[in-house]
Each structure stands twice: as structure tokens, then as C-alpha cells.
Design a protein around this ligand. Structure first.
Ligand code: PLP
Length: 399
């Protein structure tokens, strides 16, 4: 039977302390013990169901982690204060001095900056490759390589990773495949396809209300235990812990993710088809013209569509800026970074979210000045939105 990620979330059942339909929020940083021995055992990790200190874990964080693990089909998960607070400890847990990472060259700018500028301080080197070419990926693997890193659908170019193909490479060379699934929650289930670790920035579609940052690492119980280890766990020691109140609010938003993703995908498909038919250079994995359309189709949980992200190229940064300002003036969306909001968000990644990537490398990977990244919102009448966007483009001689 095909994996049904939304069912897995729905099948969980939590009650609050007084029979509430939502679990109680654990509003404490520390926990009392009836006996000193139990405190010692808990510290040693031997007292199941006991809590010691909330940087390690808290009931609210565990509820959210359990729901996200169910969504991704992993044994368990660990939530964190941001997406970067999930990515950085994973890489530092898996790699030490002398180790090597092979990473997709089109990834979120912050992750790129971490691998390019920060981890070399610890003598961890990264080769950035075209992730869509498995032979190129394999050729970059050295005897020191520990991790293959990619995004299922990349930020901002929307390249699609062949997760099964990469998982086979990882098996062959005894590496770990770490996949950031932020752009395609529910649509793609990387762990089911062979990824060892799945990461999300919860800031985006999963929380969906642009009111917080958050992150999660989904993986095996052993790996999550390693991350939380009080002596040498990167999540525990780097301290990027989510607050319980926030975990409770993200869990409530997660329950509508399946409905939101369907609407994001529906709206994005509508606009992508229209933009392309109008002659705009449009990239969307749901378009037949996308080089990895068939690959995405072969991996996807069909019901949730091809996601809410699309890009168009309007030729120059100047035109891109004019268009974004005009669309914002007409209330068609907001000129803002980030994604996954009810309202459409747009930005020019070359000068914002991917500005950490040097200009010559942006050119090399096909990130052009006139590229606008759209996170398509939940608009009830997408036809009206399209007509209004088209008006803006006509006024600026883009169409
Ligand atoms: N991964 C992807 C694909 C992203 O787009 C982002 C942020 O834009 C992150 C990770 C980082 O997440 P956060 O901002 O929650 O730290």
C-alpha cells in the first residue's frame, strides 16, 4: 500500500491533562523528581517517560516531533528552534575534522553559506555538484565523504533530486543521505524513498502562518538519540531548542497541512500553466517542460500535487523589482522572503535569499538576475489573481 503521510498524522491521538482535545502544553524548563535515583537515571537516558530539562526534550516538543515523524515515515524526530537549527547540528553530528560532504549546488543560501564558509573552520570540506546528474554526484565522492546533502526540490531553482538514485549511491559508498524537504512536504516522502535523515524548516509550509521560525530532523531513534546526547549530541549542545508554546501552536497548524498543500499546488499549477502559455520563462515541477517533471511524478504522493513554488524570469533585476512592487501595491502578494504563507510571497533570490552565493556561481547554476521566486498563496479565486497579475505584467511591458 502506498504511504499515506496525512493519514499517519491523523491517526495519532493525544489528550490534554484534563481530557482536552489538544495535548497540554508543558510550560516548564525543568522537571521535579520524586526520587534522586530517578533523576540520575533520567540523566543517563534510562528513565523512559521522564523529563529532565527542556533543552533536551519536553512533552510538547515530543508531540510535535512524533507527528512529523509520522508524516515522514521515520522512527522519530527532534524539533528545533529554526530550520538552520536542524540542518547545522545534523551535519556537525555526522561529520568531523577531515570529513567531506557532497552537496547539491542549488540549496538554500544559508545552508550554502554554512557549508562553504563555516564548516571549513572545522576542516569539513564540501563539493557542490549538479544534483540532477548522478554520475557527477558519484564522481565527487571521495574516501573521506560522509554525507550526501540535497533538497528534494531546490531553493530557488526548483531542481528535483532523484532520491532513490541518490539512496543507491549512499548504500554503495556507505554514506548518509540527508534531504531537506522544506519545499515539498506531503508531496514527497524522502525517507520512504531511501533518505537516512529528513529535515524541514517548519517556518514555511508546515507551520504556514509566517508567525515563527522552527525546524525538525526526522530519522532513526539511534540518530535522534545521538543528536540529543547530553555528552556529545550536537542538538543538545548547540542548544537550538524549540519553545514548548511554539511546538504546541505548530502542531495545531500541522493538522491542516494536507488541505493547504492541495490548494497551494492547485493555485501554483494554474498560474504556472498560464504564465508559460503567455510566453514567460516559467519553472514549475508540475509543467511538462520541467526537466524533472517525470521524476517528480514518479516520487510523489499524488494527492498533494507539485507544490506551491514556481519561478518566472522577467529578464532583469530592475524589471523584477518593478513587477514585485506593483503586484504588492495591487495586494496580489507581499514582497518578502520565505514561503508557505496563505498570501503569495515573492522575492528575487539572486539579491535576497541566495545572495550568500557569489555572483559567478549564481550564473553558473542558472540563477539569473530577473528570476522571481513565487510562493503561491491560498487564493480562493486564482483566476482573478492571474488576470490581475497579467495586468501588472502588461503595464510593465513584460508581456
Ligand atoms: N531550508 C530551506 C529549503 C529554506 O528555504 C530555508 C529558509 O528559507 C531553510 C532551510 C532555513 O530555515 P529557517 O529560516 O527556518 O532557519
Amino acid at each position: 500500500m502506498a504511504f499515506k503521510p496525512a493519514n499517519s498524522i491523523q491517526d495519532l491521538q493525544y489528550f490534554g491533562e484534563f481530557g482536552g482535545v489538544n495535548p497540554s502544553i508543558s510550560d516548564s524548563s525543568t522537571y521535579t523528581f520524586l526520587s534522586a535515583k530517578t533523576m540520575f537515571d533520567t540523566f543517563e537516558g534510562n528513565a523512559d517517560g521522564c523529563y529532565l530539562y527542556s533543552r533536551h526534550s519536553s512533552p510538547s516538543n515530543l508531540y510535535l516531533g512524533e507527528a512529523l515523524a509520522a508524516m515522514e515515515g521515520t522512527e522519530t524526530a527532534n524539533v528545533s528552534a529554526s530550520g538552520m537549527g536542524a540542518i547545522t547540528p545534523v551535519l556537525l553530528q555526522l561529520c568531523g575534522a577531515g570529513d567531506h560532504i557532497v552537496s547539491s549546488r542549488t540549496i538554500y543560501g544559508g545552508t550554502y553559506a554554512f557549508l562553504k564558509n563555516f564548516t571549513p573552520r572545522f576542516n569539513i570540506e564540501t563539493s557542490f555538484v549538479d544534483i540532477t546528474k548522478l554520475d557527477v554526484v558519484e564522481a565527487a565522492i571521495t574516501k573521506n565523504t560522509k554525507v550526501l546533502y540535497c533538497e528534494s526540490v531546490s531553493n530557488p531553482l526548483l531542481e528535483v533530486a532523484d532520491i532513490k538514485g541518490l539512496a543507491a549511491l549512499v548504500q554503495k559508498h556507505d554514506l548518509k543521505l540527508v534531504v531537506d524537504n522544506t519545499f515539498s512536504p506531503l508531496s514527497i516522502s524522502p525517507a520512504i524513498l531511501g533518505a537516512d535523515v529528513v529535515i524541514h524548516s517548519l517556518t514555511k509550509f508546515i507551520n504556514g502562518s509566517s508567525d515563527t521560525v522552527g525546524g525538525v530532523v526526522c530519522g532513526t531513534q539511534d540518530f535522534i538519540n545521538d543528536l540529543r546526547n547530553v555528552n556529545n549530541g550536537a542538538s543538545m549542545l548547540l542548544g537550538s531548542t524549540m519553545d514548548s508554546l511554539r511546538a504546541a501552536s505548530i502542531l495545531k497548524n500541522l493538522r491542516t497541512l494536507h488541505i493547504r498543500m492541495q490548494q497551494h499546488s492547485l493555485n501554483a499549477t494554474f498560474l504556472a500553466e498560464k504564465f508559460e502559455a503567455d510566453g514567460l520563462k516559467t519553472v514549475y515541477p508540475g509543467l511538462k517542460s520541467h526537466p524533472s517533471h517525470r521524476l517528480f511524478k514518479s516520487m510523489m504522493n499524488e494527492k498533494y500535487g507539485f507544490g506551491g513554488m514556481l519561478t518566472i524570469d522577467v529578464g532583469s533585476l530592475e524589471k523584477a523589482n518593478e513587477l514585485m512592487e506593483l503586484m504588492q501595491n495591487r495586494n496580489l502578494g507581499y514582497l518578502a522572503v520565505s514561503l508557505g504563507f496563505y498570501k503569495t510571497l515573492f522575492s528575487a533570490p539572486g539579491s535576497s535569499t541566495s545572495s550568500e552565493i557569489p555572483e559567478y556561481e549564481q550564473k553558473d547554476m542558472g540563477l539569473s538576475d530577473g528570476l522571481i521566486r513565487f510562493s503561491i498563496g491560498l487564493d480562493a479565486d486564482i483566476e482573478r489573481t492571474y488576470k490581475m497579475m497579467r495586468e501588472c505584467m502588461k503595464e510593465l511591458n513584460i508581456l
